[in-house]
Design a protein around this ligand. Structure first.
Ligand code: PLP
Length: 465
């Protein structure tokens, strides 16, 4: 075996990558033709590639590197834990200190009576746990038929069979025989794309009341839970009208169903509170966590569960678990990550300092001729691309064509900004400075200008009819 290193020519690394590495959510042939960008190192909000580019990471990796790259403390804790106890399981009446300490810390940080943590290796796995947990909970309560979980179209809850079934992504359901039975999807609160002539406040209520209609149609005795992201992330950072969130909580209170808040992105400071549920005024029974929990330094996720559910679950044997439940190295790194967040007061920094600054700068993009709306909650923002703002028109070209062109210009201008069809989204590390926000906005603006010229040259500046 040759020594494959950062110092090999990029083209050689790309060829080996194309030959042997299957990428997630990618068309392998297209990627092979272009060559994947080889990321070699990172520090703060900056990632570096094998060609020497310094790229501002406007996505915090995949929404996860909340404390930024290059934290020696997290590396040191991982090394120490690996030497002391690299692995042990928690299946057979055993536990270990990192699991204990992280669970106590999460119970302290989580609102209300969310005091119990079931770990997983990722957000997807945690949502699989949630499906089995809420169904088992109702079965233990003598209601085994109360097993339907209501979710939303264009939600993202992961890529395992369970997670992707909960999610509402058509492209994912089209492959592999999804969704699994007894998952029901209502419409999303995306006013820009789906609100038509309805005013936003009214639309928010209408979309929330679809939950009530679904519960009544399916029967309260059949519905176990409703799952939602406080702010949809991968669906395009969809910020619902303000009427939406309280109405959802009212409906969950009125009917005897559980509320699962998928906090995988919104948790750990991203929305300006420790959890997105606090920002939107929800009192969930279960919160899904991952991503920012460890700032992505180790793979770890979990479900934070209320006293009410934990009490019922405590009386039965839950036939569920993962080899890496509460993995000691991942748990130790997550705990240190939360300690850093507390010591550096990062949640306050988001709510009172960098969040408001980013909001002001981000919302200024709405002046751009190709930008219809600019939305942001804390440190997750989106803009809708349109050829005609007043009518909120979509482009005539296939959805995502223009978004992809903007993303390509961003990449060329050393900014990572993602597109979801024709919405552009950001979710930078929480530690980003004002100067770095200015760079992000300047590069975004320049990329929009360049992409708009390309769109016009290609004859794509046309509204769908
Ligand atoms: C990323 C994500 C997941 C899945 O987490 P993985 O760690 O990728 O399995 C679940 N829910 C939400 C809201 C996410 O953004």
């Amino acid at each position: 075996m040759r020594d494959i290193s950062n110092h090999m020519p990029t083209a050689e690394l790309q060829a080996l990558d194309a030959a042997h590495h299957m990428h997630p959510f990618s068309t392998q042939n297209t990627l092979a033709q272009r060559g994947a960008r080889v990321i070699t190192r990172a520090n703060g909000v900056w990632i570096h590639d094998s060609e020497g580019h310094q790229i501002l990471d406007g996505m915090a990796g995949l929404w996860c590197v909340n404390v930024g790259y290059g934290r020696d403390r997290l590396a040191d804790v991982a090394a120490r834990q690996m030497r002391e106890l690299p692995y042990y399981n928690t299946f057979f009446m055993t536990t270990h200190v990192p699991a204990i300490a992280l669970s106590a810390k999460l119970a302290e940080l989580a609102p209300g009576d969310l005091n119990h943590v079931f770990y997983a290796g990722s957000g997807s796995e945690a949502n699989d746990t949630n499906i089995r947990m809420v169904r088992t909970y109702w079965a233990e309560m003598g209601k085994p038929q109360k097993n339907i979980i209501i979710s939303r179209k264009n939600a993202y809850h992961g890529s395992t069979l369970g997670g992707a079934s909960l999610g509402g992504m058509g492209g994912m359901h089209a492959q592999g025989g999804l969704p699994i039975p007894d998952i029901y999807h209502i419409d999303q609160p995306n006013w820009w794309a789906e609100g038509g002539q309805t005013d936003p406040a009214e639309f928010g209520l209408e979309r929330a009341r679809q939950l009530e209609l679904a519960i009544e149609k399916l029967g309260e005795d059949r519905v176990a839970a409703f799952i939602a992201e406080p702010v949809q992330g991968a669906g395009g950072v969809i910020v619902p009208p303000e009427t939406y969130w309280p109405e959802i909580q009212r409906i969950c209170n009125k009917y005897n169903i559980l509320l699962i808040a998928d906090e995988v992105i919104c948790g750990f400071g991203r929305t300006g509170n420790w959890f997105g549920s606090q920002t939107v005024g929800w009192a969930p029974d279960i919160m899904t966590i991952a991503k920012g929990l460890s700032s992505g330094y180790q793979p770890i996720g979990g479900s934070i569960v209320s006293d009410k559910i934990a009490q019922v679950m405590a009386a039965c044997e839950f036939n569920h678990g993962y080899t890496y439940n509460a993995h000691p190295v991942a748990a130790a790194v997550a705990l240190e990550n939360l300690t850093i967040m507390q010591e550096e007061r990062l949640v306050d920094y988001v709510s009172t300092d960098i969040g408001p600054y980013l909001k002001q700068q981000w919302e200024s993009l709405v002046d751009h001729p190709m930008v219809g709306e600019a939305k942001i909650v804390g440190m997750m923002g989106s803009i809708a691309l349109t050829p005609h703002k007043e009518s909120r028109a979509k482009f005539a070209a296939e959805a995502g064509t223009v978004g992809y062109m903007v993303r390509e210009r961003c990449f060329a201008n050393n900014l990572v900004m993602r597109h979801v069809y024709d919405r552009m989204i950001i979710s930078p590390p929480l530690v980003i400075t004002r100067d770095e926000v200015d760079i992000l906005i300047a590069r975004a603006r320049q990329s929009l200008d360049e992409a708009m010229a390309q769109v016009k040259d290609a004859g794509l500046w046309q509204a769908a009819s």
